[in-house]
Design a protein around this ligand. Sequence first.
Ligand code: GRF
Length: 233
Amino acid sequence: GLPNREDRPKRGSHAKRLLPMTPAAPRLRVVVLISGSGTNLQALIDAAAAGQPFEICGVISNRPAAPGLARATAAGIPVRVVDHTKFPDRARFDDALGDAIAAFLPGLVVLAGFMRILSDALVNRFAGRMLNIHPSLLPRFQGLHTHRRALEAGTAEHGASVHFVTTELDGGPVIAQARVPVQADDDEATLAARVLAREHELLPRVVSWFAQERLAMHGDQVWLDGAPLRHPV
Ligand code: GRF
């Protein structure tokens, strides 16, 4: 019933009734795996802070000294190190890594400069919800040292690709790409810098699509907005 008289707010007190806060829709939980500087991680942290519909709920590195770990800590994000040198074999490392990932209850796993090849068992554990960013226009230049190889090949265009991770190394279906021109006076550093700047725009955009449930992998096909993607965005 009504509070008795003396308990009621004094006339004119206009005590604001706190409106019940409608809980914001829960954002997609994203775990990011790194091995190095973590500038792509930083781009994701900044995008989440700017209101994109995802949150970085955990960061895992296979290298204890990865500078990117400090970026997560500075942003108040829990970090884990699963040091591959501490495991007798790849299978046991991958099991521990998979358990560390799963412990964060992620909706999406992003490999951002993660320099380990994942076993089929681990990939299959997160199939359809694991992305990787690779510094080339896949399927060209799978593997390492992509900028140097692009320069050696004399290619006019280079760039970065975001793809679903499958058991084929750097071979999963490509979702989106960023293209940059190769300039005559480019060296590995200048070309890498030009690509990296575009990576920082590309990766958060694709993660947002996944968070908005616009993006999925069916079989080896990328579907975006309910239709199979004939070629990368
Ligand atoms: C980027 O070039 C990315 O494409 C590749 O590794 C580098 C990661 O850089 N996978 P960072 O650790 O995100 O700065």
